[in-house]
Design a protein around this ligand. Sequence first.
Ligand code: SF4
Ligand code: SF4
Length: 252
Amino acid sequence: MAAPLPPSRPRIPGSGLAKGLAVTLRTMTRKTVTEQYPDVQPDLPPRTRGVIGLFEENCTVCMLCARECPDWCIYIDSHKETIPAAAPGGRERSRNVLDRFAIDFSLCMYCGICIEVCPFDALFWSPEFEYSETDIRDLTHERDKLREWMWTVPAPPALDPGAEEPKELATARKTAEKLAARQQAAPGGPSAPAAGPTARPAPAASAGTESHADEQARAAESPTRPMGDSPQQTDQPGQQTDQPEPGREGRE
Ligand code: SF4
Ligand code: SF4
């Protein structure tokens, strides 16, 4: 047999109304947290995971990102290209050329593993999130679209004052200083016609004997990551596709 219910307390008339008004008053005096999106864009933290941008000049088609993606939503196609020997008797070299790079954002779970594992800094998070589609197939972003997202990637935070200079920058700076000293010492000096202020250092006689420091100096000269959002910068990476990327050769 069920236990008898405890006697209910007598209700004061109007107490419910008073409680409701108290809640309303409390809420009215609190600071509002409502975001007026889409009228006002939200102020997102710089590390927001919105969409993934591809800086394809840095991509060596190593396939690490596609292999590590838990959702298998990165599609990469490539072919091999043979680069003839730079000097007589030298050996031919081969490199991978990217044909297709796509990410299916309808499958992506924004874990960031692909960005973490990329050894060549070719993938970046962008805080952009307004890319909803009415057709799910349009959520597969091909390389052109992924490249466009690169211009929305925020610049990296500045180094702390007094922080150690990054190794790559230090090596590139030392190499540039050495080259400048060599040009000064060369007959004709820096005023020689070939060594104008914008002239790049002459390539080594043989790519096979090029030092690692020279490679890094060239890598530092070329933009490895956009630092702003000016669309004019899209021209710079495109100019480099004609020549082998630093760090790409010899890794196959
Ligand atoms: S964020 Fe994660 S799920 Fe999305 S593409 Fe990268 S590895 Fe795959
Ligand atoms: S891991 Fe990086 S370099 Fe390798 S294929 Fe992916 S994006 Fe390209």
